[in-house]
Ligand binder design. Sequence first.
Ligand code: UDP
Ligand code: MG
Length: 312
Amino acid sequence: MITSIVVPCYREADGLPALYARLAAMSETVDTDMEFVFVDDGSTDDTPTVLRKLAESDPRVKYLALSRNFGKEAAMLAGLRAARGDAVVIMDADLQHPPELVPRLLDEHLAGADQVVARRDRSNDSPLRRTLSRLYFRAVNSVVDVRLVDGEGDFRLLSRRALDALLSLTEYNRFSKGLFAWIGFPVAVVPFRSGEREHGRSSWSLESLVNYGVDGILSFNSKPLRSAIHAGVLLVVASIAYLVWQIVNAVTVGVDTPGYLTSIAAIIGLGGAQMILLGIIGEYVGRIFLETKRRPHFIVMESNVDRSRLPR
Ligand code: UDP
Ligand code: MG
């Protein structure tokens, strides 16, 4: 049996030697052969050089260098496509995902689970961060069809058949948390405590987090469009009722107040509502546009893996 460890790396040169050392030490403690698939996601630091060196010193190290920064989802996909293992473990390069947990993930896999999720214990986080993530998950879960769980991220093991199922989903806008839940299969959970990032800094800005949240909602169903219809129906009913009342009033007691402000408020309110709805529709249309182009998710610039084995 071969187990592949897939690690997307963006500007991780400082942390990689330590990560590799811990991975190598961990690989001594398990019964399976290992392959380490590092994907350099267009880093501007020494990451490619470090990976090249690691690959020279250890034949188990495979690396792919993407031609630019395609984002973590694409880097992960590149690694998963290149992985040849019977089981695959995805983890971050910043040592927030302890390599020492891999044997426990493998145990659960051998006991029958196709997906073994490492669930992050939030007790180390600041209260603010914990509250924010709880709110985020509650909001997302109220609109998406697949259930997302707080603390469950990309750190997980997939069996070959679960991985093949995941790779059969070829959508351009990838929201992995949702895709993992969508494919199903028996799931086991292993809790872990995550540390702080050891080197460099997180590449998530507030803006990218917000975009990620929007992705999570829009890529899994069309409920925002449905609620737009509901809101529209509500507005139309309310305004017809108001009109009828005004007409009845005018006929019975006559017009006493000019309706300028009412008109202005109605125009601004409805105009705004329509713009929001157009925006929502635009988001979906934009996604359709991106999907129909059928562009590759990433471009591999350099690799020590056979060209024939490389994903397109
Ligand atoms: N990453 C990547 N491409 C990017 C951003 C991040 O491959 O454009 C990798 C990064 O090197 C790390 C993982 O994705 O291995 C998680 O990134 P980060 O630690 O910045 O995110 P956080 O842990 O804050 O969610
Ligand atoms: Mg991190």
